[in-house]
Each structure stands twice: as structure tokens, then as C-alpha cells.
Design a protein around this ligand. Sequence first.
Ligand code: PEP
Ligand code: MN
Length: 357
Amino acid sequence: MSNEQLEQLRSELDDVNLKLLALINQRAGLVQKIGSVKRESGVNRFDPVRERKMLDHIAEHNEGPFETSTLQHLFKQIFKAGLELQEDDNSKALLVSRKKQQNNTIVDLGGELIGDGQQRLIMGPCAVESYEQVTAVAKAMKERGLKLLRGGAFKPRTSPYDFQGLGLEGLQILKRVAEEQDMVVISEIVSPSDIETAVEYIDVIQIGARNMQNFELLKAAGSVNKPVLLKRGLSATIEEFIHAAEYIVSKGNSQIMLCERGIRTYEKATRNTLDISAVPILKQETHLPVLVDVTHSTGRRDLLLPTAKAALAIGADAVMAEVHPDPAVALSDSAQQMDIPTFHSFIDQLKESGLYK
Ligand code: PEP
Ligand code: MN
């Protein structure tokens, strides 16, 4: 074969490549159109019956030189890329996504702006037990210039025989302490029917890990004008977490903070495994502020400081930890809450590290 013939064949190959390119993209355009029709009619994107028919059709028309199995493999890759394209379109449309909104969402908690670049601390007892207990923690926090007080009035406990929280009385205590000590209060709500009452008492609705996929609760929280602190589910993927936030935003409430609180793994040294890389991933994928709960992720008092440093270093907008005047007698999470002197040294050491201003 002469050099000229070789050049001629190469040029034909280039032309075929360009035709294939155009055809593959033409196919992708059709796949996108089919995807949007399916989305509107609520039909599943992946249709294995249809895929099988297409593969059979290709086999029937194959005249070689490729083996049918080779061609089916190539087409399967094209089908897969088409499916991913439809999925991409879907995530583009998510209201919480960075693609939808470039700027960071800043959530205003009574003048404390979460997501404005200043990293903050959210602290308080696991459960509201008494007016005196909450006041003691609030006073210590106030001394250190902290305003964001958390405390559970409705406690979603693993066992029904464990302390379930003071309920409405707990919310009343939080409101009273917030007024007296000039605090902003965050408390978990576990039932959609409690939201309406709760907004009269608290400044931020917390949705706990066990309720991350309680869709009726998410929708109810999305229907009120109150910031929401949404915690990642015990075994939730980042994608599921983002979709849970989308439930809230889709109802009109965009004041959401995401909270990484550890996920369930095979590791037993900590109560959960703190997925620290979730912080930058969530910040890349969404425009929402991201918090790290060091208490429930570790379940260990000795790990609160190092994990808080890690959270600040990786860019969390706030760190959350539990403080109790006397953890030994706490009605919940007594193993991991800090007492007040430990709380002070926690703040001192964070400041000394230069990570917390
Ligand atoms: C809490 O923050 O009080 C709590 C119960 O945490 P989680 O929902 O993450 O377990
Ligand atoms: Mn707790």
C-alpha cells in the first residue's frame, strides 16, 4: 500500500469519526427529550425491556466484522452515558444545587449569619431537663460571646423507655432562657403537627438524623418561615441528604443548614463515623451552609476537640457540640457532653489553635 493510499484511508477514518460523533450527540439529544417526557409523566428513566429490544435490534442488523457481543457492549456504554445525561439534567434542576445558585446561602439566626465566612459554635445540652440546667449552660455560653443555643425538647430516642424530652414544657423553658440571656434557640421537632406550635417558641427547627427522610416533616418545615437545621440520616448518602434538603426548599423555605453528624459504618471505636469529606462535597454540590456535629458523630468526649478542629480546618460554617452542667446525671448522652469547665477549655484550645476566631 502506498503512502498516498494510507493517507486516503486515514482521512476517511477521520470523516467516519466525525459522523459517529454527530450521531452520538444526535442520539444524546433524543435521549434528553425522552428523559424530560418521562420526568413529566413520572415514568422511570431506566427501561430494561426497551434496552433489551434495542440490543436485539442491533444484533439482528449486525453484518460484521465486529462480533455481536462486542457491539452490544459498545452500545451498552452509549445507553449508560445517555442515562447519566438524564440524571445530570435532573440534578441541574435541584434548587439546592450550586448549579442553580452560585452564591452561598446565608442563614440569619437572629443576627448571627451562618455561611458568611465567620465560623461559629452552636452549643447546649442534649436535652432540656430544667430551667436551671439550660440557664447554667446559656450563661457560660454568653460569657464566651456565644448566642446559638441548642437543646432538645422532643428527643427521638432509640428505646421507647428512655427519656423522651419535656415536650412543650421544654420549648417554654428554651423561650424563657432565650429572652433572659439573649440567645437564639435551636430545637428538634419530630412531628409535622408540632411545627406550628414550635415556631412560637424557637428560632430554628432542627430535623434530626432519624427523621431526615420523614418527608411529611420535611414538607411541613418547608412551609414555615423559620430556619431549618437538617441533620444527615444515620445511613444516608450525600445524594439522599441533598434530596432531603430539596424537599424543604421545594416548599418555599430556603433557610436551611446541613449538618454532618456521622454515619453508620462497621467501626466501633466511635459512635458513628464522622464523614469529614462530606463538608467540602456538600459545599461544592449545594449553596447551603454546612455544620459539623462533633458530639453525635464521635460519641466520645475526648474526640470533641480534635474533630472540631478538623471541621473548622475543612471549612464547616459552624461546629455543634453538647454541654451540660453535670453530664454524669444527664438524662441523655451523658458519656459525651462537656461540663462547663471542659466547655471553657474547649473554647480556649480552639482559639489557641488559631482555627477559631
Ligand atoms: C441531637 O442533635 O440532639 C440529636 C439527637 O442528634 P441526631 O439526630 O444527629 O442523632
Ligand atoms: Mn445528644
